[in-house]
Design a protein around this ligand. Sequence first.
Ligand SMILES: [Zn+2]
Length: 265
Amino acid sequence: MRVAQIGSGTPEIAVVAGVHGDEPCGVRAVERLLDERPTVKRPVKLIVANEEALERQVRFVDEDLNRAFPGSPDAQTHEGRLAAELVAELDGCLTFSMHSTQSHADPFAIVNGVSETAKEIVPQLPVSAMVETSNFAEGRLFSAVDTVEVECGLQGSETAAQNADRLTRAFLTAVGALPGDTVRRDLPVYRLTDVIRKGQADTYEVFVDNFTEVEAGDPFAAADGNEQVADEAFYPVLMSPNGYRNVFGYAAEKLEVLETPTAAD
Ligand SMILES: [Zn+2]
């Protein structure tokens, strides 16, 4: 794990990259901040988490780090020990953690509950949606540390790296570390309700777009040509044919749209 800091004092804000070793976009954003060392009004901790997995260009070495929190110094796995180290480093920090996916090019935010912090910060980020995943929080970083996660785009893409950079700067501006203003936008909020499993097969297909409602009776995916049909309407989130080993992705419900307050005259 690489830990660095810009600005002096004890940081209450942290930016974390490389929780997954096959998602290099956030690392680029952190390295750029370290190269440029912008003047900050609040100190910021910068962390590249799973260096071993990044070196090998794999998601993880022993187990998924984002399912291993809170971890333990005596854990049997590399990620179990790393999780505990990361929790100790992030103690007292509002944390911004960057990921990328195989399912969706547009950035969106993932939060563990629609908290006041989430409602304040996330509409100031260049994201198209906020996804609340508290039903599936077990082992994730934000079960142990106050965290806003972002999906920056498609894994390994140049666009995801550029998005990671923009998202990080917007986050640091929103929390008052970098100067300037952010743009506030109306933001739809979704809550994950179910895992969409997939059986053993040679080929997988997904027929639907993420964040676009699937109606009851519509086929939405197939394994070896066998279609899966929606029992009830849902919004697909993080759905992709081959992004995960046992699941296509998640079903979500749409909760609300966080509206930008109209400026008072
Ligand atoms: Zn990830």
